[in-house]
Design a protein around this ligand. Structure first.
Ligand SMILES: *[C@@H]1O[C@H](CO)[C@@H](O)[C@H](O)[C@H]1NC(C)=O
Ligand SMILES: *[C@@H]1O[C@H](CO)[C@@H](O)[C@H](O)[C@H]1NC(C)=O
Ligand SMILES: *[C@@H]1O[C@H](CO)[C@@H](O)[C@H](O)[C@H]1NC(C)=O
Length: 369
């Protein structure tokens, strides 16, 4: 009797715990993250969405349009990257979804966006108190759609993700298209005795939309916020591209970085070092097998040392290992990678050399060369 009673209490507790976990958001598309569920006919005026809750799972403010793939704007045909529908954020318009998260955890948001008419469009992605303003001037792909990542640390169990078009265009129907909003929990990796770099193999990072083959842009960190690529910062003006082995050639593991904007996209990490000690930085330089062909050079910097690694890309995938030896001058050393040249594919999209598998070790008995 007693046993049965306590075991049913146990089952009840288990059920409560399960429900608790089940309510948390899971890695993947957000509920109706691809906007395939749309407003009722009565909640649409042309393409304009009427009513804050007209799009299931989302709350909107301002001039938001519900766009069907194949919709014509002037003589431009709007194509949607995933499914049949996307939304467009007009001036000062935003979309919002409430997420059940775990306080203290890090999350990355992935979404696809395309700018339409204006040149200076930018999106403010936020989860209070974090926000990131993502500029959309540069088109990295050839079809207009790029996939962006952004990250936040949850300060509450329930948070509001807001994507806001900060634009003030003359034509209120101008503004970026948004599709496929997804989330992934980040587990920031630590350095180990085998590698003083954090996330040197780039295996930890934002969610890849399974049906898109264009990689995910890691935008520059303008403020000192959380990186969607844990351990790493994108310095300078332009993004780097996070690529996966499902769609690209990757030297090691499942994920790597393609440096797509020459010297304008530098990837950096600051590591702890002991002044006077000698270190070896080893890394892979290659190409993503995405028809990005040409003579490439990756430059790596650490302390006062620098190395230029040439790589002849046929665009069919491949890599070689490279080494930079340096002596630390301070307790912190910044390690930076960039591509000497710009590269583009024949379709006009930006591309470049791949780096992967970055390892840093101190040299116990440096040879005096
Ligand atoms: C989030 O949690 C609340 C209660 O804490 C629950 O009512 C709601 O259904 C959950 N939402 C999702 C999307 O799981
Ligand atoms: C971005 O949005 C957040 C949250 O609404 C706000 O606090 C912040 O000031 C906005 N930043 C810009 C530059 O618009
Ligand atoms: C990917 O595409 C397949 C086939 O078109 C579809 O069934 C699936 O739902 C899509 N997955 C996502 C995450 O959009």
């Amino acid at each position: 009797m007693m046993l049965r009673f306590s075991s049913s209490i146990f089952l009840l507790l288990l059920a409560i715990v399960n429900v608790g976990f089940a309510a948390k958001i899971k890695d993947g598309l957000l509920p109706n993250g691809n906007f395939e569920l749309g407003p009722k006919k009565s909640e649409l005026k042309g393409t304009e969405v009427i009513g804050r809750h007209a799009i299931p799972e989302w709350e909107i403010t301002g001039f938001v349009e519900y766009i069907e793939s194949g919709h014509k704007q002037g003589d431009m045909l709007l194509v949607v990257p995933e499914g049949y529908y996307a939304i467009r954020l007009g001036n000062e318009a935003s979309i919002k979804q409430r997420l059940n998260v775990t306080k203290g955890m890090y999350y990355s948001i992935t979404f696809s966006a395309a700018r339409t008419c204006a040149q200076e469009e930018q999106l403010n992605v936020s989860v209070t108190p974090d926000f990131g303003v993502l500029p959309m001037q540069t088109m990295y792909s050839s079809d207009g759609w790029d996939i962006y990542a952004w990250a936040f640390q949850a300060e509450f169990e329930l948070v509001d993700l807001v994507i806001h078009n900060t634009g003030q265009e003359e034509d209120p129907a101008c503004g970026p298209l948004i599709d496929s909003v997804a989330i992934r929990i980040l587990y920031p990796p630590k350095m180990t005795s085998q590698n003083l770099m954090k996330n040197g193999d780039f295996e930890e990072g934002p969610y890849f939309l399974p049906n898109t083959s264009s990689g995910v842009l890691i935008p520059p960190n303008i403020e000192d916020d959380h990186s969607p690529l844990p351990g790493w910062m994108v310095e300078s003006l332009k993004a780097v591209k996070y690529i996966d082995s499902d769609h690209f050639f990757v030297p090691q593991g499942k994920r790597a970085i393609e440096i797509v904007a020459g010297k304008e996209s530098a990837l950096a990490q600051t590591v702890r070092t002991i002044p006077g000690k000698t270190y070896t930085l080893t890394f892979s330089v290659g190409d993503a097998g995405n028809a990005c062909a040409g003579s490439m050079i990756v430059e790596a910097f650490a302390s006062r040392s620098t190395v230029k690694i040439p790589y002849e890309s046929k665009g069919t995938g491949g890599y070689k290992r490279a080494v930079l030896k340096f002596t630390a001058e301070a307790a912190r050393t910044r390690i930076v990678f960039f591509s000497t040249f710009y590269h583009t594919k024949t379709d006009g999209s930006l591309c470049g050399p791949v780096i992967d598998d970055v390892k840093l070790l101190s040299v116990r008995n440096p040879l005096r060369l």
